[in-house]
Structures are given as structure tokens and as C-alpha cells.
Design a protein around this ligand. Structure first.
Ligand SMILES: Cc1cc2nc3c(=O)[nH]c(=O)nc-3n(C[C@H](O)[C@H](O)[C@H](O)COP(=O)(O)O)c2cc1C
Length: 296
């Protein structure tokens, strides 16, 4: 058994990528029930009680192992780690922030942690800081990125594999068995999947978001900078976003985007998060089928 599978305690080395504010106990449980490792995203939560309720909701649906992604810049991350440890979570992922001070806390709580990195230099310093493993995210991935130049999964995973001794999980651009096998060949012990699970039956994404992923063509996503930061988010470039990108009078496109079009009905300005791999996704399937096909 690989070190990663030992840490996760699940059947397949397939981790569900956290999707920001879209916490879905149903999706977390579906991934864990299918043999993968479901992850709650507690980074954008303020209240410990919300974390407890989400854990309870997952536990009602599965007795299989699951974890959570903890955002280190969240001032409540120490409290959340204790709640997770008390609930029996064995392994978490950590992102956005230095792992140096928090890993001794994670270990004292009897847990292990995988730190999320977007670049080789950060992977090396995280390994030196005592993380138990790394989630190495290539530039094609969905979610938040930096606006600086970054390497794709194909380059970054072997670079990191050559430089560190801890287990590596590859993320970005993986949607099927070809991507899964490629990630293992590059030196990863497992994969983290974002966009393919968003386009699943159990995903909390609305129908319009899932349809946009299925219709996303090659080159259909782009990085939209977050004003006054060095960060950007990868979104589907809709006709409206394309028009605004070409308009020099638009200074802060992010502020004009609609994050919850299903609720407001404003689909024209929708911000549909999606990795480049959306171009490979042509259907909506149950998570159990996605995982079984991926590892077959
Ligand atoms: C809409 C969206 C939101 C995301 N939010 C987060 C997040 O809050 N924290 C995080 O660590 N990763 C986040 N990610 C990244 C995923 O967890 C995962 O690493 C990434 O999607 C993998 O690349 P893929 O989309 O090509 O599978 C997000 C991804 C998407 C598509």
C-alpha cells in the first residue's frame, strides 16, 4: 500500500478537490463511498458550529474516511483543526499560507496533512517545514491561481517528485483514466479532482454551470485577475466576459461577475469556475462511475 493510501485510509488515491464556498456533504460522501477521499472546504467558514454541522451531515451519509481543506490564512483554522480531529478526521489538506507553524499543531492532534502548492519552490520549502505530503496543482487547474508564470501539471509534478521525499498528489487537468495513469507515471501517488467532480450528478453546481462545463471547448477558459492582488481565478470565458476583457474601460471585471446566477437569474454575467480539462468533459455522471472508470 502506498504511503498516501495509508494516510487517507481509503481504497483509491483519488481526492476530491475543495470547491470554495460550495460545500456539499452529499458530494463529499459520494466520493468517499466510491472509494475516494471526500473533502469539506472549511476555508471560507467563520463559525466552528458550521464545521461541526457539515461533519455531522457527511457522517449521516457515509462511515468511510473523509477530510477537509483548511485555509491557513483563516484565523479560525486552529479551532477547525481541533474540531476535525475530535470528529475522527485523520488527514486534512492545507492551503494559502505557510505550513511551518501549523504542522506541529496538526501532528499534536494526531492528524496528517497534505499542503497544496502551485510551484516547485513552495513544494520544497513545505517539505522542509514538515508536511506529510503535497498536493501539486498545475496551471491548467480550476480555482484560484497566481497571475505570475506557472508550470502545467506535466512539468510541475515530476519537478516536485525529483525534489522531495514526501508523497505527491497531482491536481489539474485530470478527468479520466488517461490523466490518472499519466499522473502516476509522473511520480504522483494519487490525484486530486476538481472540475470532473463539479460536472457530476452529486455536485452542488447548478444546471447552467454543469452545461457550461460540458460545452467548454479547447481554450474555453481563462484567468481573470482579482483586482489589487496577484491572484486570478480560472473561469469559462463566456461571450459577456470576452466582451468585457476587450473593453479597456472595464477596470475590475471580477466585481461585475455574478457568482450565484441560479439564485439571481443573471446568467449573462455568470462566473463559471472550470479547469482547462472542461474541454474533455462531455457528460454528467454519478461520482461512483467517474471514479471506477478513472482507476480501471
Ligand atoms: C470552482 C472551483 C473552486 C475551487 N476552490 C478551491 C478552494 O477553495 N480551495 C482549494 O484548495 N482549491 C480549490 N479549487 C481547486 C480544486 O480543489 C482542484 O485542485 C482543481 O480544480 C484541480 O484541477 P481540475 O479542475 O483540472 O481538476 C477550486 C476549483 C474550482 C474549479
Amino acid at each position: 500500500m502506498s504511503k498516501l493510501l495509508e494516510m487517507l485510509g481509503c481504497r483509491y488515491p483519488v481526492i476530491q478537490g475543495p470547491i470554495g464556498m460550495f460545500n456539499s456533504p452529499e458530494m463529499v460522501a459520494a466520493v468517499s463511498e466510491a472509494g475516494g477521499y471526500g473533502l469539506l472546504a472549511v476555508g471560507f467558514i467563520n463559525e466552528g458550529d458550521t464545521v461541526r454541522r457539515l461533519i455531522d451531515d457527511v457522517r449521516k451519509l457515509t462511515d468511510k474516511p473523509f477530510g477537509a481543506n483548511v485555509v491557513l490564512l483563516n484565523p479560525s483554522s486552529g479551532e477547525f483543526l481541533k474540531i476535525l480531529a475530535d470528529a475522527g478526521v485523520k488527514t486534512v489538506t492545507t492551503s494559502v499560507g505557510s505550513p511551518r507553524d501549523i504542522y506541529p499543531v496538526i501532528h499534536d492532534l494526531g492528524m496528517k496533512g497534505l499542503h497544496v502548492v502551485l510551484a516547485a519552490a513552495h513544494a520544497i520549502s513545505a517539505a522542509k517545514a514538515g508536511v506529510d505530503g503535497l498536493v501539486v496543482v498545475g496551471s491548467e487547474a480550476g480555482g484560484l491561481r497566481t497571475t505570475g508564470s506557472e508550470s502545467s501539471t506535466m512539468v510541475l509534478v515530476p519537478l516536485v517528485a525529483d525534489a522531495v521525499d514526501v508523497p505527491i498528489v497531482a491536481a489539474g487537468g485530470i478527468a479520466d483514466s488517461r490523466g490518472y495513469r499519466a499522473a502516476l507515471a509522473l511520480g504522483a501517488q494519487g490525484v486530486q479532482i476538481g472540475t470532473r467532480f463539479l460536472a457530476s450528478e452529486e455536485s452542488p453546481a447548478g444546471a447552467a454551470w454543469k452545461k457550461a462545463i460540458m460545452e467548454c471547448a479547447d481554450g474555453g477558459t481563462g484567468l481573470i485577475p482579482l483586482e489589487d492582488t496577484r491572484m486570478a481565478q480560472r473561469l469559462i470565458i463566456t461571450p459577456w466576459i470576452k466582451e468585457k476583457l476587450a473593453d479597456p474601460s472595464v477596470k475590475n471585471l471580477t466585481a461585475l461577475l455574478e457568482r450565484n446566477p441560479e439564485a439571481t437569474g443573471n446568467f449573462e454575467r455568470a462566473a463559471f469556475g472550470c479547469g482547462q480539462v472542461g474541454a474533455l468533459i462531455k457528460d454528467i455522471k454519478p461520482i461512483a462511475k467517474i471514479i471506477s472508470e478513472m482507476v480501471s
